[in-house]
Structure formats: structure tokens, C-alpha cells
Design a protein. Structure first.
Length: 441
């Protein structure tokens, strides 16, 4: 594996691997890292966040919190946040920059909507193409005034304060929308409820309990009712260790499954049930993945994962509720399916069209470049394995999950694979290429 410059972009060149071996920890879960920083900021007291994600996205969250007056100290392996309490944020003196992070802009908007000041928040070109109406509409219904380009896109100008509690049913399954509304609910005088028809990842609910929020969850005929009471003091997280990122682990799991003579052990990985659909899907087709030493850390289930080379067989038809649980893992799942003795069909995944890239198009384009026969749908794709992959010039489209997924594909392709725009991986896992190289060594 080698890295070469391409103007302001980078190219990583990958050849097929004959073996993979490794036993290591991964940086902290992105979703949990974002939330830990935000809750630490509005809690009362000092929080010490260990194994906080090294992802550029999560650094954007820290940058925004600092611009809101929060004192953040960054040391190797440790982020210290001096919480200002529920009313302690200060009006920023400049526009907040979420970078490439949809989680930052959508969740932080919920907090900003509750402030008695006006703030502006934007992100990079990708963020400025991603739909924001899904959070604007409920926040406006709660009483915020929000201005956006074409009423849907960043930059957002948020005139906060005087929010009213209400009950909201998101029109799509989205942990970001749910979390945005619940965070805004912390700044109301009543009880805010989100009704989820399709369950999504519940890291926000787990962390609300960690900081002592008045949270109530009930199951009803129309879905799960998640309620939070506003204007309650929140405590600091204290010493908090972020579990390893399962979404990042997915690339190493699949790499080991499809590479000959491979065995990897990934330590202290978060295995929240709202995130483990990929493990269930892979084991259903013969993946040799062992979940070892299960335990609970800060309300989040964690385990060590041991994975070995496997023969993958069976047909997978994935649609409906399960898609929300593994939406981020579909790019690497598609790569795994090229080595599956069977057919993978993905439907109801239209949300992939509005991620960091149009991920359905990016997956299909790059698979075809590698010689894979694949069918594209508006809401998904279908491919049948086992297919031989040919090394090709792959375009990341500035999308971290596309870059990493096709780097894994390069491990089993004939010839050399080039990942153009490889630097996109740093959005979620800056160490990715080095970790892969270490496993090969």
C-alpha cells in the first residue's frame, strides 16, 4: 500500500493481500463521541472523555462548542470539557462550522434552538447539499425561527429561545432528527416526546440517562414514545471512555472475512443492539465472528470481536426497518457481497442518496469499474456473487465510507486498486490506511 499526492487530493494504491493479522483497539465511536462532547458542554462540571474519536467530524463538534464559549482541553487520548450547564453557552462571534459532519449540524441545531441568542451554522460543500428541512420543521414548530437557503439547506441562521414542548413523529427513521428534537426539548418548560415508528440508534437516550435527564420511554401501538422533561439541571459525564466504533470496525470485519488466512481481534467495540444489524446479517451468511467478553460501559454494551476468513453463502434481501439499523454499513456490505455465494438485494435505502455522496451511485459506479455486475435501483441495488474483482481507479466522491469500503475491495482484487480522494477516510478514521497496512505486515 502506498500513498501518492494528487494536487490537493491523495491517492492510495492497494494490492491484493495474502493474509491479515491483528489485535488492536479502534478510536471511539463517532456517534457517541459527538454526543459525549455536547452533553458534557451543557452539563454542570468537568467531563474527561477518553478514547474520543479522532475523526475530523468529531473535532468539528469540539470546535463549535469552543466557539460557544465552552473550555475544551485536548490531550493525546483525553478530551477535557468544562461544562457550562444548561444555560451556560455564549453567543458565537462568527459562523459555526460543522465541516463534513451531519451529526454536528443537526444535533447542535437542537441545542442552538434553545438558546436566547442568534447563531449561524454551516458546513462544507457536502453539508450544504444535505437536507435540513427535516430538523428545521420540528424546531420551528417548537418556536425557533430558522432561516435556510431554499428553506432546506445550510447555512442556517437560528434565532433561539422560548421553545415550547411538543410531540413529534418524524416522517423518516433518523436518529439525528430524533436527537435534535430531544436536545431542543431540554430547553422547554414541559415534556417533549418523539414517536419513533422505526427504532433507530439510541445513543442519545442512553446518554440522557447518564447525565441525569428525566427520560421516559414507552411502547405504544403507534411506535416507541421517547420523552424528556425540560429545564432540568444535567450533571457532568465525569470520567467517560468512548467505546470503539462499530461502523469503523465493519471495514476490518469484512476485510478479514473475504481475505484468505485472516484473523483479527478488535477490542472494546460498542455493540449497542441498535447498531448490530450488520453482525446479524454477516453471521447469517456464514461469517465467523465471535463476540467475546460482553460487558456494560456507561450504559452502552461493549465486547471484543474476533473475526476469521469465512466462506459466505446465502441470499440476502434487506429492506424495511433493518435498513435504518445498518444504513452506514451498506457500502462495505456491498463489497462483502461480491464474495458471497448468493445474491444481495437492498431496497428502502433511498436515504443513501443524500449522505456525504449519493452512496448508491458511488457504490454502483465503483463496483462496475472493478468488473462487478450490479443492478441499481432508486432505493438500493442488487448483485450476485461470487465475482472476481479487477483493480481499478476508484473515486471516493469525498465520502469516507466509499473510500474505505473500496480500499477493502482492493485487498481481494487482481492487480492494483487506486483510491482517489483517499483523504476522505480521515472524516471518520484517520488511522484507517495505517491500520490496514499493519494488519498486512
Amino acid at each position: 500500500m502506498s500513498v501518492a499526492p494528487e494536487s490537493s487530493r491523495s491517492v492510495v494504491k492497494i494490492t491484493s493481500a495474502v493474509s491479515l493479522r491483528g489485535d488492536f483497539h479502534l478510536p471511539g465511536d463517532k456517534s457517541i463521541s459527538h454526543r459525549s462532547a455536547m452533553f458534557a458542554a451543557i452539563g454542570a462540571g468537568t467531563s474527561r472523555l477518553r478514547n474520543y474519536s479522532s475523526a475530523r467530524d468529531c473535532q468539528s463538534t469540539l470546535d463549535c462548542l469552543e466557539a460557544l464559549g465552552i473550555v475544551v482541553k485536548r490531550e493525546p487520548g483525553l478530551i477535557t470539557v468544562e461544562g457550562a450547564g444548561i444555560d451556560g453557552l455564549r453567543a458565537p462571534t462568527q459562523m459555526l462550522d460543522a465541516g463534513n459532519s451531519g451529526t454536528t449540524i443537526r444535533l447542535l441545531s437542537g441545542i442552538l434552538a434553545g438558546q436566547n441568542f442568534t447563531s449561524e451554522i454551516t458546513g462544507d460543500e457536502s453539508i450544504q447539499r444535505r437536507p435540513m428541512k427535516r430538523i428545521i420543521e420540528p424546531l420551528v414548530a417548537m418556536g425557533a425561527r430558522i432561516e435556510a437557503r431554499e428553506s432546506n439547506f445550510a447555512p442556517l441562521t437560528i434565532h433561539g429561545g422560548n421553545l415550547q414542548a411538543f410531540t413529534y413523529t418524524p416522517p423518516m427513521a433518523s436518529a439525528q432528527v430524533k436527537s435534535c428534537v430531544l436536545l431542543a426539548g431540554l430547553f422547554t418548560d414541559g415534556k417533549t416526546t418523539v414517536i419513533e415508528k422505526t427504532p433507530t440508534r439510541n445513543h442519545t437516550e442512553v446518554m440522557l440517562r447518564e447525565v441525569g435527564a428525566a427520560l421516559q420511554i414507552e411502547t405504544a401501538a403507534d411506535g416507541q414514545h421517547i420523552s424528556v422533561a425540560g429545564r432540568q439541571p444535567l450533571k457532568a459525564l465525569g470520567d467517560y471512555t468512548v467505546a470503539g466504533d462499530l461502523s469503523s470496525a465493519a471495514f476490518f470485519l469484512v476485510a478479514a472475512l473475504i481475505t484468505p488466512d485472516a484473523e483479527l481481534r478488535l477490542r472494546h467495540i460498542g455493540v449497542n443492539p441498535s447498531r448490530t444489524a450488520l453482525l446479524d446479517v454477516l453471521t447469517s451468511i456464514g461469517a465467523r465472528i465471535e463476540v467475546e467478553n460482553p460487558r456494560l460501559a456507561h450504559g452502552e454494551p461493549v465486547s471484543d470481536l474476533r473475526v476469521q476468513s469465512s466462506t459466505l453463502r446465502g441470499d440476502l434481501e434487506l429492506s424495511g426497518a433493518v435498513i435504518a439499523n445498518l444504513i452506514d454499513e451498506i457500502p462495505i456490505l456491498a463489497v462483502a457481497a461480491t464474495q458471497l455465494d448468493g445474491t444481495l438485494t437492498i431496497r428502502d435505502a433511498r436515504e443513501l442518496r443524500v449522505k456525504e455522496s449519493d452512496r448508491i451511485r458511488a457504490i454502483v459506479d465503483n463496483l462496475q469499474k472493478m468488473g462487478v455486475v450490479v443492478e441499481e435501483f432508486e432505493d438500493g441495488l442488487r448483485l450476485s456473487g461470487k465475482q472476481k474483482l479487477q483493480g481499478a481507479a476508484i473515486e471516493s466522491y469525498g465520502d469516507h465510507r466509499i473510500a474505505m469500503a473500496f480500499a477493502v475491495a482492493g485487498l481481494v482484487a487482481e492487480g492494483e486498486t487506486e483510491i482517489h480522494g483517499a483523504e476522505a477516510a480521515s472524516v471518520s478514521l484517520p488511522e484507517f490506511y495505517q491500520l490496514i497496512a499493519n494488519c498486512r505486515a
